[in-house]
Design a protein around this ligand. Structure first.
Ligand code: S3P
Length: 435
């Protein structure tokens, strides 16, 4: 379905975005590996996570919805040989974490995904898991791939990129490996796996290597735990952005995960002059949570440090939209990983921004957006999204503050991470409708 966004004077209200995708995948996978019953509250029931639920069922666990958002996951004391191919749909997290989780079991499992996921690099997990002793059949290490699991040995793996998916795959395999498994990465990526493995009773700690704290895991039996999933800061970014760029908006975004390794966008927005604050900070679940209160703001362009990229990796599309409404240049670098996300997000954002009359320059590892302030963006384009949910949502937000409406060519994929996006944004006063 095509969607069209038109400009509005302001947005107003209180909203709770959908639950965190990263934590939701992990709750299902860890619950499935554990002995006992894991109750998950406020699970994100989006397409990506539902694929993971189906995958853990195929691997022998029971995962069932008790009521909307409430799920019970019962492990079968480890994973079993699946009868069918495990379809990870659009989700790199599902594919990479599950490849690591099954690698320590004596089974062969075939993994596949949609057109986008089939293009994404899997060698980044195949390489370390092979070093640990798993075997893989596939062409150029892309999906579809068959993993043959078995007896693993622990390794110290120096990941070439900061990626929580690589880190998690290796640590999950380490739960079944002989000896210890340590992960070194260039900059720290999100640490939900480490935090949640602790909650599930894994033998996990950190070791200091070359001045940075690296996670280390030893063979462990996981025990069921209860998990509450707060709202996703990557989804919260869309109503936050919309409030910032539209007039005298005032929005409270509730119950948002504020894990410091996920806050790069928010740090950057504060540097740009955003009127944004965190209220009612709390930590009921081993992950910090707060409400974000944000209002329409005059912004200036900034250059976020490249080492901040991992903590805002999913937020660059929306940041580049916000940057178009700021005064001056926003220079995004250190973000080459954007080229291997659900789409090549650098190319698509540059193409879409240009179509909307924004001055932008493509770099190999990022982009430069030359913003001309509020009310400067013409819009009036149909955007090619290549089925990328975050590209679609970013341009719909842009359309709420551009002079002419913006149409996105394909909006169904938004449901992979943000079910009900249109109604959610409309509840704040946004004008988004089928085109
Ligand atoms: C995720 C890690 C990130 C992120 C993705 C979710 C996770 O990917 O982009 O949306 O849940 O571990 P990379 O590990 O490839 O950076």
């Amino acid at each position: 379905m095509r969607l069209r966004a038109r400009s509005v004077r302001l947005l107003n209200g209180q909203v709770r975005p959908p639950s965190d995708k990263s934590i939701s995948h992990r709750a299902l996978i860890f619950g499935a590996l554990a002995t006992g019953k894991t109750e998950v509250t406020a699970l994100l029931e989006a397409a990506d996570v539902l694929n993971t639920a189906e995958a853990v069922r195929q691997l022998g666990a029971n995962a069932e919805q008790i009521e909307p958002g409430r799920w019970l996951v019962t492990g079968a004391g480890g994973f079993r040989q699946p009868a069918e191919t495990i379809d990870c749909g659009n989700s790199g997290t599902a594919a990479r974490l599950l490849l690591g989780a099954v690698a320590g079991y004596k089974l062969s499992a075939r993994f596949d995904g949609d057109q986008s996921l089939r293009k994404r690099p899997m060698n980044r997990v195949v390489a370390p898991l092979s070093q640990m002793g798993a075997r893989f059949d596939g062409v150029e290490n892309r999906l579809p791939l068959i993993v043959h699991g078995g007896q693993l040995k622990g390794i110290t793996y120096r990941s070439p990129v900061s990626s929580a998916q690589i880190k998690s795959a290796v640590l999950l395999a380490g739960l079944r490996a002989e000896g210890e498994t340590v992960l070194i990465e260039p900059e720290r990526s999100r640490d939900h796996t480490e935090r949640m493995l602790g909650v599930f009773g894994a033998n996990i700690d950190t070791v200091e290597i070359e001045g940075s704290l690296c996670p280390r895991v030893r063979a462990s039996e996981l025990k069921a735990a209860n998990v509450y999933v707060p709202a996703d800061p990557s989804s919260a970014a869309f109503p936050v952005a919309a409030a910032l760029i539209t007039g005298k908006s005032e929005v409270r975004v509730q119950d948002v995960l504020i894990n410091p390794l996920r806050l790069g966008l928010y740090e950057t927005l504060l540097e740009m002059g955003a009127k944004l604050r965190f209220e009612e900070r709390r930590d009921p679940i081993g992950e910090p949570i707060a409400d974000i209160v944000v209002s329409g703001s005059e912004l200036v362009g900034v250059t976020p440090p490249p080492k901040r990229a991992p903590s805002m990796i999913d937020e660059f599309p929306i940041l580049s939209v916000i940057a178009a409404f700021a005064d001056g240049e926003t220079r995004i670098t250190g973000a080459a990983e954007l080229r291997v996300k659900e789409s090549d997000r650098i190319t698509l954002m540059v193409e879409g921004l240009r179509a909307c009359s924004v001055e932008v320059e493509e770099l190999s590892d990022g982009l430069i957006v030359r913003g001309r302030g509020r009310k400067s963006v013409r819009g009036g384009a149909q955007i090619r999204t290549m089925g990328d949910h975050r590209v679609a949502m970013s341009f719909l937000v842009m359309g709420l503050a551009s002079k002419e409406p913006i149409v996105v060519d394909e909006a169904d994929m938004i449901a992979t991470s943000f079910p009900g996006f249109t109604d959610f944004m409309r509840s704040l006063g946004a004008d988004i409708a089928p085109a």
